[in-house]
Design a protein. Sequence first.
Length: 364
Amino acid sequence: MSKETDIVLLGGAGDVGLRLARILLERTAAVVTTVSRHAGVDSDRHGDRHGDRRRHISFDLSGAEPLKITSGAIVVNLTEATQPKLVSQVIKGGGRFLETSATPDYLRGLMAAAEATTGPGAAIFCVGVAPGLTNLMAAKIATAAPDTRQIDIGLEMGMGRHYGMAATTWFLQTAGAPYQVVIGHSARGVMPGALTRKFALRQDGVLRLAIGYGFAEQVLIAERSNKALKTVRSFVALDPPWMTRSLAWMLRLGFGPAMSRHATKLAKWLLRLPAFGATHTRILGEGFDDADHLTGQIRVETGDQAEATAAMIFATIQSLLAREKPAKTGVTLISDHLHFDAAALTLQRLLPQTTISGNIGESQ
C-alpha cells in the first residue's frame, strides 16, 4: 500500500495502539502519530528504520486545549478520555474518525457530536473486534438469510495473558452497569448476567456458558437493520470455563455494582495475578428466524484480542485508503466501509492461526 496519509492514534501507547502502530509502519506509507499522556514509546518497539514516519505527542486528551490534527487525517480513538468536540473537529476537517469503544454511553456521546456536525469527513463507529467484527458477522448473516429475525453473538476471551489496564477496567466497570438490549423490537435495560445461554464456540461442538454483557453493538445492529431484526443479544465467556461460571455466580449474588465501583483497584490487583488458560479469541454469530430455526452461523477463532483488534482496525484503514473519499460521510458504522469477507482475509493474513467456519442461508 503506497498511499501516504496522516494516521493519528489517540491513546496509542496502550496494548492495541502499539500493535497497530507497528502494522501501519510496516504495511503502509503513512505517517503514524501516537498521542498519549505518557512520554514517547520506546523506539525499540518499532525500530528507528521508520524515521520521520514515526511520531509521538504527549498530550492530555481530557484537557481543554485542542489537539492540532492535519486536515484529512485518519484518527483512531483508543481511549475514552477523548472528548466529543474532537469528533466534530475531524469531520469538519474532512478526516475520518474511527471509534473503537464498546461502552454504550460513551459511544452515544460521540455519535451525538458527530450527528450535530456538518463537514466532508466521517465518524466510523464500532471499529475493532467487539464491536466491529461482530457487526460484520451479523450483517453477513442478515444479508445472506433475509428471514433472519434474531442475532445472538457469543465472544470468548482466552485468559492466557493479561489484557491491558484500560480493557480490564472496562470489563469490571461494565459488570455492574445496566445495559440496553433489543428484544422483540423493544429496547430494555438489563443487568450483566441476567441473560445467559450456551454457545458451541469451538468447532468440536462442546457447549459453553456465556453471559449477557453490555457491548455497544447489539443495539446499533438492531437499529441499523430497519426493524428487520427483532432481537440482537451479545454474550461473553472466559476461557478457562470455570472463570465464566465464577463470574456468573458473582453477578447472581449481586457483586456486579461493587466490581464496577472498585474497577480500577480490582484491575490493578488482577493484573498482578498469574494468567490462566490459552491466548485466543473466539466469536460465534448465529441467526434465527421467527420459528427459532437457525438461519446462519459464522464462527471465528483467532489470536490474542489486542492483536485481533489491531488487525480489524487496520482492515478498516485499508478500506479507507483504497478510496479517494469516504464511502459515506457523517455518522457511519464499520459495516458502511468494510465487508466481513475482506476483514476475514486481513485477519488470516496478519494472524495465520485464524480459522473461519459456518454456514449461511438455509433454515435448519
